[in-house]
Ligand binder design. Structure first.
Ligand code: PEP
Ligand code: MG
Length: 755
């Protein structure tokens, strides 16, 4: 539309003059509302800013009663302004007072205005306020007017974010930008970290918002889109996506979005309102984000990530920054906040400064979680919208004990966490003291405690915990953090380094457990309806033994003349075990022919994690040299509950009668045949769960290094005979209880067992 003062481009140029003028923030706002009202031929223009408490405060107005400025407030969701803020959508009404949400504020004198147009002030998809125009006459606002007001709102957002309005806040009511936020997610890695936000993929800062020459901006946008498409086409076509860590089908979806006409048209339209190309990309993305964040459909939310990535690529091209993550030097006490991250990216950060990790994605058994635990970095995952809620440098606390984050915490909250961190440090010291003491229960039962590992960074944890060995070495981690498929020589080098480092302690190397949720970025992905039940681990090893054989050679060479333990994952039948063992024997015979010394003692064991093996227990326990229970997978398959799916992962309790009876059968079958058995899933690292497992008869555990202290403290206070009696009784007569957790916890309290 063409307003009284010219087109939208003219408005933006005038707004820029006002922004640049050296006047007070209030005066600036006052002039802006006059300009906007004049340009859009409205009698009223008002700005409401979101406050820390979630309410909206009138910050400036042209047309309404000026006395109401900084006095009139709307609660979240209250009135039309509150509605716009909570929905993050524009609202245009020709008869505002007829709307059910209309809330009359006598001090403003707005009763004479019938038409109403309000738009959210958005930044990075987060609402920062509401911009409104009103007219006396009943009228319909055009699409172009709505567009123009949204563009203006973007400028306001930058003004608020730049801190220009902070000084205007009513006493005791700071603006929402500084609002403390309590985010809830899931525990990825234990610990408490206090520090400041470092964005893993920082938002591209846009300094130039208003176009000098709109036609030139359209050309810049077109050129950047062309470049972005070409780079994505190249990525897809090259077929080698290893260095980006992105997967091919992700790229295909990417390519589809990069050619999405609706998205591109929106950006062109916004450029034509007078913004620079980069400001237009940012605006469209902010609107899209605001809409998508209100979606609960995981598919749509996933698509938001694709669009975010593309928008970021465009922005980088437009402001001349290289694509990809740049790792500037990390500040002290850095807490990295990311949408998602691969394990390799985490390892790129300087450990000495890293205090925590917050992700929008990432379940407790994801690889990034495993690596965070290995590094001892407190981490919380599945924090909705985390990257949009923070600004780089914000104070933040990661509570990996509770699975929570505190963004911009109030001083009392911060102090409470400092206390919590101190308490933890004290406990760690106590665990440290336990290091020298044997892992023996009160009544003299010896328990073997080993650690789970998979990377070189895990190795110092053996000394630090005085663990008796590595009960599960997840060899796939080397593959997952690598940019290319590790060669046999690289594998052998890692295994040798591990064996050298542990000296005479045992290490159980598990053969590659890939497939399912464990995807290698450089390997072709096989599309499966149910990857967890699909072609994975030993199944791949038996069908296409090349990779398995290469790995076995690496293990056997590293283990020449030493004790070597090899463990097979996801075995479902005794027959699978026999076939895999045959391959191992063949490889060993071949190496011996080549003059490689055999291991001084070779043991081949099996993971018990597929429930079918529970019905071949006597066979498998007789034939395998040892058993190790993968409770993560065993529970997921026993209960048919995806270990990564938050909705069902906690639905069934491993301390339930059914699960405990299954676990008892395994330990009984193992002891009948004299086959050693340990527990290496997460269940065996939680004190209460481990207590229950000891009660069932288990004597060996392999767990994350951080669990050794708490588990040792628990078992040293435990009287196994008493627990065993109690558990036999509980399992025989559960009295309708499905979970024995409360009874086990009561036992622990009664006998002062710290769990
Ligand atoms: C398990 O399944 O419990 C296990 C230890 O293996 P992973 O977590 O690597 O699947
Ligand atoms: Mg498993």
């Amino acid at each position: 539309m063409r307003g009284a003062l010219g087109g939208p481009g003219v408005l933006l140029r005038r707004l820029r003059e006002v922004m640049a003028a050296s006047i007070s923030p209030q005066e600036r706002l006052d002039r802006l509302v006059v300009l906007i009202a004049g340009n859009l031929v409205a009698e009223v223009c008002s700005v409401y800013v979101l406050r820390e408490d979630g309410s909206l405060e009138l910050y400036a107005t042209e047309g309404l009663n000026r006395e109401a400025v900084h006095l009139t407030t709307m609660r979240a969701g209250e009135g039309l302004v509150g509605l716009i803020a909570s929905e993050a959508e524009p609202l245009a009404l020709s008869d505002a007072q007829a709307h059910p949400s209309f809330s009359y504020r006598p001090e403003t004198g707005e009763e004479v205005y019938r038409s109403f147009l309000g738009v959210p002030i958005l930044r990075g998809g987060a609402v920062m306020g509401v911009l409104v125009i009103q007219n006396r006459a009943s009228r319909i606002y055009s699409e172009e007017e709505i567009e123009s007001l949204q563009t203006t709102a973007m400028l306001m957002a930058e003004m608020i974010a730049a801190g220009g309005l902070k000084s205007l806040a009513a006493p005791g009511a700071s603006i929402g930008l500084d609002r403390p936020i309590h985010g809830v997610g899931v525990i990825l890695a234990d610990g408490v970290g206090l520090g400041h936000v470092v964005l893993h993929e920082p938002r591209v800062a846009i300094t130039n918002l208003i176009a000098e020459n709109p036609a030139a901006e359209v050309s810049r946008l077109e050129a950047a889109i062309g470049e972005m498409r070409a780079s994505i086409d190249e990525l897809v076509e090259r077929g080698d996506v290893a260095h980006t860590g992105e997967h091919r089908d992700v790229l295909e979806t990417f390519r589809m979005f990069a050619h999405d006409q609706g998205w591109l048209r929106r950006m062109r339209e916004v450029v034509l309102t007078g913004l620079t190309a980069e400001a237009a990309v940012e605006r469209v993305q902010s609107d899209t984000r605001a809409k998508m964040l209100r979606q609960t459909d995981p598919y749509l939310r996933e698509r938001l990530h694709d669009l975010d990535d593309l928008a970021n690529r465009l922005l980088r091209t437009l402001v001349g920054k290289a694509n990809g993550v740049t790792h500037e030097s990390l500040p002290e006490n850095a807490i990295v906040v990311a949408r998602s991250m691969g394990p390799a990216a985490l390892l790129d950060y300087d450990r000495a400064h890293l205090r925590g990790l917050v992700l929008e994605e990432g379940g407790p058994t994801s690889h990034i979680a495993i690596v965070a635990r290995a590094l001892g970095i407190p981490a919380v995952g599945e924090v909705a919208n985390a990257t949009a809620l923070v600004e780089a440098g914000d104070a933040i606390i990661v509570d990996g004990q509770a699975g929570e984050v505190q963004i911009r915490p109030q001083p009392d909250v911060e102090n409470a966490y400092k206390d919590k961190a101190r308490l933890r440090a004290r406990k760690q010291k106590q665990y440290e003291k336990l290091k020298e003491l044997p892992a023996t229960t009160r009544d003299g039962v010896e328990i073997t405690l080993q650690i789970n590992a998979g990377l070189i960074v895990d190795i110092p944890n053996i000394e630090a915990t005085a663990a008796s060995g590595i009960g599960l070495f997840r060899t796939e981690l080397q593959f997952m953090v690598a940019q290319h498929m590790p060669t046999t020589a690289e594998q052998q080098a890692l295994y040798t380094a591990v064996l050298n480092a542990v000296q005479d302690r045992p290490v159980t190397f598990r053969t590659l457990d890939i497939g399912g949720d464990k995807v290698l970025p450089y390997m072709e992905r096989v599309e499966e309806e149910n990857p967890a039940l699909g072609w994975r681990a030993i199944r791949i090893g038996l069908d296409k033994p090349r990779l398995l054989r290469a790995q076995l050679r690496a293990m056997l060479r590293a283990g020449a003349g030493r004790d070597l333990k090899i463990m097979l994952p996801m075995v479902a039948t005794t027959d699978e075990f026999r076939r895999a063992r045959m391959i191992i024997r063949r490889e060993q015979a071949m190496l011996e022919k080549q003059g490689v010394a055999p291991p001084s003692d070779l043991r081949v064991g099996v993971m018990v994690e597929v429930p079918s093996l529970l019905f071949e227990l006597s066979e498998i326990a007789r034939e395998a040299d040892f058993l190790s229970i993968g409770t993560n997978d065993l529970m997921q398959f026993l209960f048919a509950a995806d270990r990564e799916n938050k909705r069902v992962a906690d639905r069934f309790d491993p301390l339930g009668v059914g699960a405990l009876r299954a676990l008892r059968r395994i330990v009984e079958a193992a002891s009948e045949t004299g086959c050693p058995v340990t527990v290496c899933g997460e269940m065996g690292g939680k004190p209460l769960e481990t207590m229950a497992l000891i009660g069932l008869g288990y004597r060996g555990f392999s767990m994350s290094a951080a669990s050794i202290g708490p588990v040792k403290a628990m078992l040293r206070a435990l009287d196994v005979r008493k627990l065993r009696e109690r558990m036999d009784w509980m399992l025989a007569s559960p009295e309708g209880a499905t979970s024995l957790r409360p009874q086990l916890a009561a036992f622990a309290t009664e006998f002062k067992v710290p769990v």
